[in-house]
Write a protein that binds this ligand. Structure first.
Ligand SMILES: Nc1ncnc2c1ncn2[C@@H]1O[C@H](COP(=O)(O)OP(=O)(O)OP(=O)(O)O)[C@@H](O)[C@H]1O
Ligand SMILES: [Mg+2]
Length: 508
């Protein structure tokens, strides 16, 4: 029997209803109970969603699409394109043929991606979600291990799929959840004793990876409760409150450092005669990435995953490290977000920026030294071009080519560029106002630049101040052109006086 202090659901509804009536009159009402009036959840269930997934891609088409963007990961691209295409095509078939019997214990193609930072893991999945037109949400497994309380967080991710799908629950149920740093929820292994919290995180994920219903509203979220109440009043229907995870594709990724040791040990344990030819050939290879490619479920279990968890990730792909050539190819790719991104940064100030090939190769070499995959490209590019990004918007420069010299000596090249632009601007203005072609010797330019730096003024300010009296003087002398040399920069007044004196001497 219910405690008399706690109201029954009916009483609670009445109390809330009365409260709302008092506050808002008839404008807001409590939504009808799910199975009384309106569209009940049961009814929704009886009519299985028939989403019109805009999805008629074939694996080869998706593969070709990905190859337009992704460099150096042919095997991964092939596997992902195939498995993900099949996943969606199958769901499409199953959603159309309602009489199709459900396969009990069916395992969907959830994916585990193993690979170092910045080699395209997230990028690939995002490209795929975009192409297919399903919502995509990215989360970080480390957050779960810290709190040791996973349920709410992972469920939040699933709720964000609905947000990404603009409230379209059916579409959200075909979304992709991407969980990064999954290797961080491997239990620390027997040497430290069982790692309860991380194993617990894995267990909590299991339910969602298979099939479960997630409440769209968190109990503490009053705003969404109110929203639902208003929506119900407007439409006379109760919106669905749950999202089913059956068709949601889970992609987990991580760098899995140390996994290569486990694989190597396993391979060494196998007597030579029993090794597969692939494994035998492997024993010669020593780099971590070719060893990682030999990963088997047992290695991942040894690494600290529950077998049930690994069992729900049937597709395992290993991504390659990117070498200098790979990085260079990324830069050369016309779809490269690194280059496109930089172009846009400068375009935002009305500046066109171009890169020559030698410069790109040098950027790739520098990026490789950072060991952060393609992320290194962005950081190298940012480091080199930051001063340009700061200074060029102050100039008239509207076009700029990044050369090898810019990469090797950005500050010097920037100074030259800015000086040249300032000079041109000054010359143009001088010609327009005085009708005189003015030029500067290299020495003069150097002196003006030094002076500008010392006095914290611009090139233009120095020239304008220095040559102010010359404008009148030269016009008086009807000069058509004039050369500024280093001596003028040192002693502008004296030289002008001399100039006028000698001119008048000649005339009179
Ligand atoms: N193989 C690749 N081909 C083309 N571009 C790539 C490739 N790898 C990475 N990039 C570029 O680098 C960016 C960062 O890569 P991404 O986010 O996919 O890294 P990641 O593998 O998920 O690394 P992390 O483990 O650090 O999250 C991408 O947005 C993309 O622009
Ligand atoms: Mg990533």
């Amino acid at each position: 029997m219910a405690n008399s202090n706690i109201p029954s659901p009916e009483e609670l509804r009445k109390q809330v209803s009365d409260f709302l009536k008092k506050q808002y009159g008839d404008r807001v009402v409590v939504p009808p109970e799910p199975n009384k009036g309106g569209t009940s959840e049961e009814e929704v269930k009886q009519k299985p969603p028939k989403p019109d997934l805009n999805f008629d891609l074939k694996p080869s088409q998706l593969e070709a699409h990905l190859n337009n963007y992704v460099v150096g990961q042919p095997d991964t691209v092939e596997i992902l394109a195939t498995k993900i295409c099949t996943h969606f095509n199958r769901m499409k078939m199953e959603s159309r043929q309602t009489e199709l019997k459900e396969l009990v214990g069916n395992i969907k193609s959830n994916i585990l991606m193993i690979g170092p930072t910045g080699v395209g893991k997230t990028y690939l999945i995002k490209l795929i979600a975009d192409k297919i037109g399903v919502p995509f949400v990215k989360g970080d497994a480390t957050k779960f291990s810290e709190t040791g309380y996973v349920g709410a967080d992972v469920e939040d991710l699933i709720r964000s799929l609905v947000h990404e799908a603009d409230g379209d629950i059916k579409l959200a149920e075909y979304g992709i959840i991407y969980l990064d740093e999954i290797d961080k929820i491997a239990s620390a292994g027997s040497s430290y004793g069982p790692d309860v919290s991380r194993t617990g995180v894995q267990r909590n994920l299991l339910k969602l990876m298979e099939e479960s219903e997630v409440d769209l509203k968190t109990p503490h979220d009053l705003a969404s409760q109110m929203e639902a109440a208003m929506e119900a009043q407007r439409t006379g229907k109760v919106a669905r409150k749950r999202i089913n995870t059956k068709n949601i594709l889970f992609v987990m990724s991580g760098a899995f450092s140390g996994l290569d040791d486990i694989i190597q040990k396993r391979m060494n344990r196998q007597p030579v005669g029993f090794r597969s030819s692939a494994d035998q050939e492997q024993t010669i290879e020593t780099d971590a990435f070719s060893i990682m490619k030999r990963v088997k479920s047992e290695d991942l279990i040894q690494y600290g995953f529950e077998s049930e968890f690994i069992g729900r990730l049937p597709v395992v792909v290993t991504l390659n490290d990117l070498d200098v050539d790979g990085l260079y190819k990324i830069l050369q790719n016309e779809n490269s977000t690194v280059i496109q991104g930089k172009k846009r940064d400068f375009n935002a100030y009305g500046i066109d920026i171009e890169f020559d090939d030698e410069a790109l190769y040098r950027v790739a070499e520098l990026a490789y030294e950072e060991r952060t995959g393609a992320r290194g490209l962005v950081s190298v590019m940012d480091r080199i071009l930051l001063k340009f990004e700061k200074s060029l918007p102050d100039t008239d420069i509207s076009h700029f080519t990044v050369t090898r010299a810019v990469i090797d000596n950005p500050q010097r090249e920037l100074n030259q560029l800015v000086t040249k632009a300032a000079l041109k601007k000054f010359q143009k203005r001088f010609l327009a106002t005085n009708g005189i072609v003015i030029t500067f010797t290299d020495e003069a330019i150097e002196k003006i630049t030094d002076k500008a730096k010392k006095e914290n003024k611009t090139f233009d300010q120095i020239c304008t101040d220095m040559l102010h009296d010359y404008e009148y003087g030269l016009r008086l002398l009807k000069a058509e052109q004039f050369i500024v040399d280093a001596d003028i920069v040192d002693n502008p007044k004296g030289r002008l006086e001399e100039l006028i004196k000698s001119a008048y001497k000649g005339n009179f």
